[in-house]
Write a protein that binds this ligand. Structure first.
Ligand code: ATP
Length: 239
């Protein structure tokens, strides 16, 4: 497949279970080496880029992550600053400011002195997002960032992603299962089916009843509601 991800945009990768979304995200972030083909970041082969330079450019939140359970939230988020430091250096005032910003932006400031094992699934997910944010990347790669989150925190995370994109100009590439969120928030959607690209384009052009039937084998309508910018997906009643 041939895809291009633009820095200033929110690009969402969707597709059924096992269609290759996480594999694609790993290939785009050097977590998995492509057996064929290449990934370029600003015309440079991803594998030729120095790790610290890459970490200042892209931040990755994988689907599964773990930290030593007794790690304090603040220290974990502080790890986001490692690409900017030499091994013998401590956090500078600038690092502390960025850590505080990342904690506040993700609503985890109040958790800063807790250990990561004391956080709920949703809290720890937001702490991990804060850690990636502390890297100050140009592009954020998020694999199912709303996993474990209740509906309020799902919406909050989507708002955060939008804010980071609009206000801080951070590009976002994420895998989402929630097609309503994908429709609402994305500039561009890439649809995968059986390890291949089925299509890509603007959300309202991509999420159609035809695509839903051909990719997900699901019947639905996509309806425009007065007062809303983006359409809504209406699934058939479960009988
Ligand atoms: N390390 C691996 N070794 C071999 N096959 C793998 C590996 N990781 C994933 N696969 C296979 O590659 C295919 C795509 O997996 P991937 O995790 O990318 O799918 P996905 O679209 O992210 O799925 P989901 O929505 O369930 O998370 C699957 O058939 C999976 O079994």
């Amino acid at each position: 497949m041939d895809i291009t991800v633009k820095k200033g945009e929110i690009t969402t990768i969707i597709g059924p279970n096992g269609s290759g979304k996480s594999t694609l995200l790993k290939a785009l972030t050097r977590l998995l080496r492509c057996s064929m083909g290449c990934v370029y970041l600003n015309q440079e082969d991803l594998y030729n880029i120095d790790s610290k330079k890459l970490a200042k450019c892209i931040g990755v939140l994988p689907q599964r992550h773990c930290a030593p359970p007794d790690f304090k939230v603040r220290d974990l988020v502080g790890y986001g600053r490692v690409p900017y430091q030499k091994w013998y250096e401590h956090n500078t005032e600038e690092d502390e400011k960025i850590i505080e910003w990342a904690l506040k932006a993700t609503g985890t400031w109040a958790l800063r002195d807790k250990s990561i094992q004391e956080c709920s699934g949703g809290e720890s997910q937001r702490v991990w997002i804060a850690t990636v944010l502390a890297q100050q990347p140009e592009i954020l790669f998020l694999d199912e960032p709303t996993t474990y989150l209740d509906i309020a925190h799902q919406q909050e995370t989507m708002k955060l992603v939008k804010r980071l994109n609009h206000e801080a100009g951070i590009g976002v590439v994420m895998v989402l299962h929630d097609l309503s969120h994908a429709l609402e928030i994305s500039d561009r959607i890439i649809v995968l089916k059986n390890g291949c690209k089925y299509g890509e384009g603007r959300p309202q052009d991509i999420i159609t009843p035809k695509m839903m039937r051909e990719v997900y084998d699901v019947d639905c309508d996509v309806v425009q509601i007065p007062g809303r910018k983006k359409p809504l997906i209406m699934f058939k009643e479960i009988s």
